[in-house]
Design a binder for this molecule. Sequence first.
Ligand code: ADP
Ligand code: MG
Length: 244
Amino acid sequence: MSRPEIRVQGLHKSFGDNHVLRGIDLEIDQGEVVCVIGPSGSGKSTLLRCVNLLEEPSEGQVFVGGTEITDPDVDIDAARRRIGMVFQQFNLFPHLTVTENLTLPQRRVLGRGRAEAARVAAENLARVGLAEKAAAYPASLSGGQQQRVAIARALAMGPDVMLFDEPTSALDPELVGDVLAVMRGLAEEGMTMMVVTHEMTFAREVADRVVFMDGGVVVEDGSPDQVIGAPRHERTRHFLSRLL
Ligand code: ADP
Ligand code: MG
């Protein structure tokens, strides 16, 4: 039986006069991988940022694991801890080793002790194939390795849900594959994932559903074969034709 891990209802977001999200309804079940595609400026990042309350919705509700995180009475820090986020820019601390990048948030935010944080860090570095880089500094790593560290850092917090905002867009093409392989592994482990990406091969092979956004609305939401392979809407067709 599946239950929605993420539920977005009637979500609107404006920045001043700019009405960016214009009524988004979306459900993502536990263990489901949903890729969000769409043109630049369509509101994909804003949607992700509303799901973990980096942006405050102007209207509507967001539920994560059954808790309404848009409820003003909810403990927002506790809610956010259940959601891991990976950005285009990896944002690692340059003066800390890879291990320290993973242990610092565990200790500060979760209050874990030194030994436990180190154990969880090692576990998650192994998960992304970077156990041997534990003592390295970020600047000595490739962009792809830095992004895998950023993924491990998010995983070390034990999230129920992982959000990815164009995680491979800043990488040289030859480094993209390793990051996508880590994400594919996470999907196979059953992680609930919402992934904004332009990687159509990844979307076709890994996503359970693809959501096409344009102009702040969901235009199309269906299986990868349907949305990418046989889009019903002209806007989707137009977007996909420009990616080829
Ligand atoms: P996408 O990720 O699909 O490219 P975004 O969600 O980043 O789209 O942006 C959608 C629109 O929202 C754009 O017009 C952008 O300028 C605007 N926007 C996004 N974030 C902010 C912000 N913090 N302040 C003002 N405008 C913003
Ligand atoms: Mg974006």
